[in-house]
Design a protein around this ligand. Sequence first.
Ligand SMILES: NC(=O)c1ccc[n+]([C@@H]2O[C@H](COP(=O)([O-])OP(=O)(O)OC[C@H]3O[C@@H](n4cnc5c(N)ncnc54)[C@H](OP(=O)(O)O)[C@@H]3O)[C@@H](O)[C@H]2O)c1
Length: 303
Amino acid sequence: MSIWPRVLVTGADGQVGRALLKSFAESAEVIGCNRASLDLADADQIRDQVRKIAPDIIVNAGAYTAVDRAESERDLAFAINARAPGILAEEAQRASALLIHYSTDYVFNGSKRGPWVEDDATDPLSVYGASKLAGEEAIRSVGGRHLIFRTSWVYAPEGKNFVLTMLRLGRERDSLNVVDDQVGAPTTAAELARATQAISGGILEKKFGASPSWSGVYHMTCSGRVSWYEFARTIFKRAHKLLEDEVPKVNPIATSDYPTPAKRPLNSVLSNDKLQRTFNVCLAPWKSALDEVLVAIAAHPKL
Ligand SMILES: NC(=O)c1ccc[n+]([C@@H]2O[C@H](COP(=O)([O-])OP(=O)(O)OC[C@H]3O[C@@H](n4cnc5c(N)ncnc54)[C@H](OP(=O)(O)O)[C@@H]3O)[C@@H](O)[C@H]2O)c1
């Protein structure tokens, strides 16, 4: 394995994909593939591209992430979120590469009182959650060197996400209703990418042992917990200071008052203990991570 590894990032135009390109730029040869250059719905193209690029590390940041649309596009969601990770795992094993993949809090049903741990029983409520769980299982059944990072409520200064939606709605309306009975840990793409780069670097340097004892699933989120309603209020308060945005009135509502095609877990909070124990990595608290994103948005107000 070279010290300067070759890293293939799929879904390179997505929130996490873009952040990964930045995080790996200083320590690796990074090859970013978007949907046009590596379509995860095309099994042959996945194999061809991976063989051509011959990476030391594959980071699969591409996914079908339209949670509500997945309810009516089950086959496509499963092709991208379940079949593709299995093929990437086979190709990674064939090339003796490390596969890093992202999964979701939506593999759980949300009924637990405390934070979810990796071994808790899965029970996805949505097609998206079921497709992501099938992706985890496909990787596990291949059994090569892999890391599956389950994360939650991901956002970045660009892309489709809750923070940018709130900022836009806040400019358009005087008041908005936001769900107050779903709790989770908002997590920035930058924090995920930095942690991913640090852990993969440690693995290449054999800091965590040469054998793949570390292969498996880990929860990886910013620390803390908050409801969507509290998150929205915090976004507006901080954005008022940084972006001088108006602060709209935010009204707490119940999930039952905001019906969506896909059901979401009420408790999405994931325990990060295993990640910290194994790799000594801890993501930032969600509030400071939010500030970093708002500062980036303030620097590029067109976003
Ligand atoms: N976003 C969240 O709140 C969240 C929460 C938990 C876990 N995750 C997981 O975190 C990972 C990264 O998510 P993200 O937030 O970065 O999502 P994102 O911003 O939606 O990015 C996903 C990327 O995948 C690409 N993609 C979709 N279909 C593809 C295909 N057939 N072939 C190749 N690329 C394709 C998308 O391209 P297009 O732009 O062309 O569609 C997009 O660039 C995913 O595994 C996701 O399941 C996300």
